[in-house]
Design a protein around this ligand. Structure first.
Ligand code: URA
Length: 226
């Protein structure tokens, strides 16, 4: 990749600045054999560049652009949503609409972190028309991209936002109302835990669930050791 292309990719995925607080990097830096920050950024860039023109499913026909994950590749938690909406499709970044604003507030108020200090992505990288749910076929076409992204970051916890994200990651049907607030093993890496909670858009439609979401974020905070 040339310097110009790298700069463009950095801009697209929001890595123009690395936001790392000491407490988030110290632990990571001490892991023997762990990759350097530059390595993780480089690996993600390379990965994103490899599928920016993906045509594996129908969604490529209506998308404006592929929406990659963004944030801190050394975050102990990766938030995984469903798929980009209209705002995300236009801006090329995940969770920049109303649901994203709600999520940012909780990350700040409950986890005590800035959005840029965590990593946020989606199971499906392209916007489904009319914001419909992505189909199982679309999710499975996109899964290798998500899996590789998670392999590179290897967070302590993958926080699935809503049933679609949970089903995409775990590969099975689940009820989020029954399983929210709970952890499960991540099928591809025993060092990583999967944590389930509501999708922020659900809370916007059902404000009474805000307390439960907050409670889940407190549990998440404990799980990631903050
Ligand atoms: N924005 C995203 O990026 N993902 C969602 O699941 C919802 C809104």
């Amino acid at each position: 990749m040339g310097a110009k292309e790298t700069a463009k990719a950095l801009e697209v995925i929001g890595f123009d600045e690395i936001y790392l607080t000491k407490r988030l990097t110290d632990g990571n830096k001490r892991i023997p054999g762990d990759r350097t920050i530059q390595d993780k950024r480089g690996l993600l860039l390379e990965h994103f560049n490899s599928f920016k023109d993906c045509t594996k499913c129908e969604l490529h026909k209506s998308r404006t652009q592929v929406v990659f994950g963004d944030g801190n590749p050394y975050s102990p938690v990766v938030f995984v949503g469903e798929a980009p909406g209209e705002d995300e499709d236009r801006q090329g970044r995940p969770f920049v609409g109303r649901a994203g604003k709600y999520l940012n507030t909780k990350i700040e108020e409950v986890l005590g972190l800035r959005r840029e200090e965590v990593y946020i992505t989606n199971v499906c990288k392209c916007r489904p028309p009319g914001n419909r749910k992505p189909t199982p076929l679309e999710i499975s076409a996109c899964f290798p991209y998500l899996k590789k992204e998670l392999d590179i970051i290897e967070p302590k916890v993958i926080c699935c936002l809503g049933a679609t994200a949970g089903e995409g990651i775990l590969g099975k049907k689940l009820s989020i109302t029954k399983l929210r607030g709970q952890t499960m093993p991540y099928p591809y890496n025993t060092k990583v835990l999967v944590f389930l909670t509501y999708h922020p858009a659900y809370i916007l439609r059902n404000p009474r669930a805000d307390g439960e979401f907050t409670e889940d974020m407190r549990k998440l905070k404990e799980l990631i050791g903050l």
